[in-house]
Design a protein around this ligand. Sequence first.
Ligand code: FES
Length: 314
Amino acid sequence: MARTVRVRSTTWLAEGVVQVEFRDPAGGELPRWEPGAHLSLRLGNGLVRQYSLCGDPAERDRWTVAVLREPNSRGGSAWVHERLTAGTLVEVEGPQNNFALEGAERHLLIAGGIGVTPLRAMAGQLDGDDADWRMVYCGRSRSGMAFVDELAELGGHRVRVHADDEHGGPPDLTGELAGLAPGTLVYCCGPEPLLNAVEAALPDSADLRVERFRAPERSAAAAPDADSFDVVCASSGVRVPVGADRSVLEVLDEAGVAVPSSCQEGICGTCETKVLSGSPDHRDFVLSPAEQESGNTMMICVSRCRSAELVLDL
Ligand code: FES
């Protein structure tokens, strides 16, 4: 559900990283959220962008996000940095959580740069629960890494900060992950090279949960073939063909069936739609293998259908 919030303050956390604090304009409580959740901000330039909540879920009167100004910003982070000032009203959706903290014997949190934001909230919860957890926080240089002091204070020996410029290069993740204790659930959020390195170094037996900033590049050779199929909206009876080069989201939009969307890369979860029948061909990075197996919902911006007809709860 969309709501309007007011920017209460902005604070510089690190080089290029601004924290934005939102409050309810009428001073009321904001909806609850769990670590790993994000807000979708409707930016005034027509874009919608997701930012992880990084504060304390127990603070019901405020939400905070931290945003790195990307040098190659597609308009999201630059807008946040330039336009969000105290008093600005912003439309937001959420909180929504595709990266929820699950129970495990022990947790390892691996953060890369601004990927620390959801993990900072997780660290707070795990510490409050007296759980067995540790964190590896990587970045190019401490000057650009938000929450370093706060995390060190929170976790002490549990938090290892690795700044590349202090260690002569990136961390040895193979060594870090080689001796992983059984029952460890690993959470990783950061840039694609870090996620790839963690996926490559993780023992087969370990469980990993990741949150991506962008969909990974797929080479043409690795891209799965796309077939044509029909999509049917159960409520309205709208039926439209989905060509091999079109997305379900696109053809429905053209047919007048508007479904909220944001990333259009299968990473944010905004376009998740209930499936009534058909055989979804999941191509997103949000649903877990078990959720994909169940076939109950799909991300219609990227996912397709293996059967001739896909019936959606629209
Ligand atoms: S719009 Fe983000 S997953 Fe579809």
